[in-house]
Ligand binder design. Structure first.
Ligand SMILES: Cc1ncc(COP(=O)(O)O)c(C=O)c1O
Length: 474
């Protein structure tokens, strides 16, 4: 089924075969309705079966309908489905917090729960400010984050991040006094030809230090980065040594080193925390996690707090001055706890690494092999674990044979893949600071994907790439 390219607010816009909708959707087409899902497959109302190559938005890490998680949710509903955390705590929340801190090798001492990634990053912003407010440095009120980043869709997290197209309509109301930006760490696009990896890291370190000095080093709360950039530029890991260098600047001036692992964390990169494999092993002072925490079974996120933060708060208020009604929800925590136990008991991090490597190999053969029609346009295939980005580029001479008619290739490809039975995430504007360049597809299958499913994924994906190219030849 091809998504109908119409606005849901247009009267009489419902295309044949689709239900009318009372939802103001996020897409300029009415999305098809999912009626059931199992493992890596989703069944639509139309009867079409889709292979979930994106885990939704890098969320469904143990697949759909896992019996152990379903059972944990059912059991918890029979015990207690809701308590308010200003009055009562609950068993799954306590057990989940214990598990998250005990598996961190001492990196994190306490955690707090919220209902998703934006809330987790909002919580990080507030907690880091609370930390300095309570530890005798109230003049610290500025954050430094990076261009081509994404930290959530609330006003504060849009201000913190720099995602050109997502922030554009709201630029007039974003906070430019307290949120500042330095260059992305995106070697394939921004490392200069005459620079070694070390030189590039040093340039970025020096830029961060210069930004500290410009703002006044004792006014900076912290430096914030996605360990592996997700939606903004499509699975971009930093060069080796980058996080060590950036943390050294934070340490020099007493600021916090903060990681957003909402998308890349909780196993997505093949290690529990992305910084363990893609962040020079440098643990942050504060970290946000979400998507893989609940695996799609519950709306949940968490803020993980290091000993430094906890020690500061213990000497002061001793509590987290931040709340939402559904924080530490028992059902969400029970589901999340079960997801995390499944990842361990089924050894899914290892499977994620193995199948991820297989996915990379097959993608490279199909899209960059000697006779691949996609090769001239496949700029980069990158990632790790269960998180892969395929970036396309149309600056090559062969692009003269195509007419995309002003449409973003990644979005055309996402639609074509869906038609062919595969869910992927397509992003445009991912490779330039003004959001005008870049087409990337993000693949983020469940950690328990099988090798047969990986083969099917690459086959449908390759067919879809070639299908879009063929449809736009001139
Ligand atoms: C790195 C990062 N931070 C924060 C968020 C926001 O998370 P949520 O959509 O759960 O609010 C996202 C979502 O994609 C993300 O990728």
């Amino acid at each position: 089924m091809s998504p109908a390219l119409i606005s849901t607010v247009t009267p009489d816009s419902t295309p044949k075969g689709l239900r009318p909708t009372s939802i103001l959707h996020r897409t300029p087409w009415i999305p098809p309705i999912a009626v059931s899902a199992q493992g890596s497959y989703i069944q639509l109302e139309s009867g079409q079966k889709l292979l979930d190559g994106a885990g939704g938005a890098a969320v469904t890490c143990v697949g759909h309908g896992h019996p152990a998680v379903n059972q944990a949710l059912k059991d918890q509903i029979d015990r207690v489905s809701y308590v308010y955390n200003m009055q009562l705590s609950n068993e799954p929340a306590e057990e989940l917090a214990k598990l998250l801190t005990e598996t961190s090798n001492g990196a994190f001492e306490l955690c707090g729960f919220v209902s998703g990634g934006s809330e987790a990053m909002e919580g990080v912003i507030k907690l880091s400010r609370q930390y300095f407010h309570e530890t005798g440095q109230p003049q610290r009120n500025k954050f430094i984050a990076r261009q081509l980043s994404f930290h959530g869709n609330t006003v504060a997290t849009l201000s913190l991040a720099y995602h050109p197209t997502r922030r554009a309509p709201y630029a007039a109301i974003l906070d430019e006094e307290h949120f500042h930006h330095v260059s992305p760490a995106y070697a394939k696009r921004f490392q200069r030809p005459d620079e070694s990896e070390e030189d590039y890291v040093e340039r970025l370190r020096a830029e961060l230090e210069a930004k500290f000095l410009e703002l006044g080093p004792d006014t900076v709360i912290g430096f914030v980065a996605e360990t592996v950039v997700g939606a903004a530029s499509g699975v971009v890991a930093a060069p080796k040594g980058y996080f060590k260098a950036m943390k050294s600047v934070c340490d020099k001036y007493g600021a916090l080193f903060i990681l957003d692992e909402v998308m890349s964390g909780m196993g997505r990169m093949g290690t529990l925390h992305a910084w363990q494999s893609f962040g020079d092993g440098v643990a942050p002072d504060l970290q946000a996690v979400a998507k893989g925490l609940g695996g799609g079974y519950a709306a949940i996120g968490a803020v993980l707090m290091s000993k430094r933060i906890v020690a500061g708060l213990r000497g002061a208020s001793g509590l987290w001055k931040h709340g939402h009604t559904y924080q530490a929800n028992p059902l969400a925590c029970a589901a999340s706890l079960a997801v995390q136990k499944v990842i361990t008991s089924e050894n899914l991090l290892e499977n994620c690494r193995t199948q991820g490597a297989y996915l990379e190999k097959l993608l490279k053969v199909r899209l960059q092999g000697p006779n691949s029609p996609a090769a001239p346009f496949t700029f980069d295939i990158r990632g790790g674990g269960g998180f892969w980005g395929v970036e396309f580029d149309f600056d090559c001479p062969e692009a003269a044979t195509l007419d995309l008619r002003g449409q973003g290739f990644a979005l055309l490809l996402q639609a074509r893949a869906l038609e062919n039975g595969l869910v992927v995430m397509g992003f445009t504007g991912s490779a330039s600071l003004d959001g005008t360049k870049g087409d990337v597809i993000v693949l983020a299958p469940a950690y328990n994907i099988t090798s047969e499913e990986v083969e099917k994924l690459v086959q449908i994906f390759g067919d879809s790439v070639e299908g879009v190219l063929d449809a736009h030849r001139v």
